[in-house]
Design a protein around this ligand. Sequence first.
Ligand code: NAD
Length: 316
Amino acid sequence: MKGILITGALGQLGSEIATELRRLHGPDRVVLTDVRDTINRDLVEEGPFYRSDVRDGAELSRIVKKHRIGTIYHLAALLSATAEDRPQEAWDLNLNGLLTVLEVAREQGAAVFTPSSIGAFGPTTPRDWTPQDTLQRPTSMYGVTKVAGELLCDYYHFKYGVDTRGLRYPGLISSKTPPGGGTTDYAVDIYYQALRTGRYRCFLKGDTYLDMMYMPDAVRAAISLMEADPSRLRHRNAFNVTAMSFCPEEQAAYIRACLPRFEIDYEVDPVRQAIANSWPNAMEDYAARVEWGWEPQYDLEATTRDMLRVLSQRLE
Ligand code: NAD
């Protein structure tokens, strides 16, 4: 079997995909790269790891050749809130990083998984039950890079036959690695603060609905898509996938069911609120269900119970 490479492997999504792929295939088969090596040291020490900038094509090419890589999970990117702060850097990393990966994949015959996002939609996209194929005119730099990335991946598939596949992830909720500067970070922080202080000050309005997914579902979605029979894939870049849609008020109510004294108040950050307002309230993910059997396992209640259980053990 060929090897697997993950870029941005120490981040929120990468650290969990890395853990699962190493469990399935063994640590030596799953090569990790990231620009930093100071977090998730267990992953750095457990198997092959390179501290490397994904835009360095020569280095990436050497790593892919040396480890006979067959699939690249390309996760290095700047997330929505950070991208709005540093738009030129976001363009450079999110698109030149992706182009570097696609070129190496084309030369060496590797498949590529690239996450897109609900950020690839914009204010003119239908907000409710957002379809798979619809208007995509995002107004954030993050969204601009995600739409361009979806098109670039499709281009490499149609033009060069590279096996590119992608998901439009909603906000990801994880108990392991803290979030990396996204608009949906509140939905993770709220659990930490609920346990630490019993209260949370939210940077989005209480009635802001967004799609979300618990990390075990996000990991399963990526791996299932890359294992799917290519003849069934009518879409490639990128599939809508969601597990739940909720607003901060609702999430607080579910937390209160476990921690009755929990309180939430609001101090709205206009930048992140504007980004959230331009994203769907709730997507439909019918194409993913039909073309490769996507089915989420965690709703808001199951996510809340599991996050509070795992974090309360860790924070003890
Ligand atoms: P993250 O910020 O937690 O991780 C990104 C990783 O990339 C970090 O470990 C960082 O050190 C690394 N990185 C940054 N610049 C790099 C460079 N030049 N070269 C190599 N590595 C570099 O982000 P994440 O949440 O794990 O997101 C991974 C992917 O999933 C991104 O494409 C993101 O847009 C997408 N996504 C995430 C979410 C979410 O809620 N977290 C939602 C939708 C889509």
